[in-house]
Write a protein that binds this ligand. Structure first.
Ligand code: K1U
Ligand code: ZN
Length: 189
């Protein structure tokens, strides 16, 4: 298994179209395994293929030790509304409140190529919506109001200096360059 570099805001692939997966090959199963490892090192609960430089419609999600490898995931039902404070492994140090469906049902193909359906709320429900957005070239900042988004971008203007190649590269033990912000804490908008 391998820890992969994570693309950050500004990398074109985060805004590009993704491609449906017709057959789950061993290479794609290995990619999913590498994505789980990368997600763990980065302290995430989800990760989508464009975040590791790939264009397949694939995401991985792990909440409360339940792992999901999802090819071609699509939301087939939504219920209710909820506000959730989100971050993104591709926009480190930036957070914002996003309006989401409270409960979703997602249809996808698993790592064995079999159809699966997941109905989820709470963290898992929000994470599924966040990851499917990634596969559509959408980021959580796109859901923010004009003013909140402007605040988020101001924070990112400082943070992006850490990623001159638009990649988060993890060293031994998951080490990363220190944040550029003076107080070295997360900033919320
Ligand atoms: O796709 C990503 O950038 C990963 C992102 C997904 C996400 C899940 C839920 C809400 C917003 C975004 C993350 O994993 S951010 C980390 C996170 O939300 C979290 C980490 C540990 C415990 C609880 C939440
Ligand atoms: Zn994200």
């Amino acid at each position: 298994m391998a820890v992969l570099p994570i693309t950050v805001l500004g990398a074109p692939i985060l805004r590009e179209e993704t491609v449906r997966v017709e057959v789950v090959t061993d290479e794609l199963r290995q990619l999913a395994a590498d994505m789980f490892e990368t997600m763990h090192v980065a302290d995430g609960v989800g990760l989508a293929a464009p975040q590791v430089g790939r264009r397949e419609r694939l995401c991985v999600v792990e909440v409360e030790a339940a792992r999901h490898t999802l090819f071609n995931p699509e939301i087939i039902a939504r219920e209710g509304r909820i506000k959730w404070e989100e971050g993104c492994l591709s926009i480190p140090q930036v957070f914002g409140w996003v309006d989401r469906a409270e409960r979703v049902t997602v249809r996808a193909m698993n790592e064995h190529g079999a159809p699966v359906e997941i109905t989820a709320d709470g963290l898992l429900g929000v994470c599924l919506q966040h990851e499917i957005d990634h596969l559509d070239g959408k980021l959580f900042i796109d859901h923010l109001s004009f003013l909140k988004r402007r605040g988020a971008m101001a924070i990112w203007e400082q943070e992006k200096a850490r990623y001159p190649k638009l990649l988060r590269v993890f060293g031994p033990g998951g080490t990363e360059p220190e944040p550029t912000t003076e107080h070295h804490t997360e900033q919320r908008i």
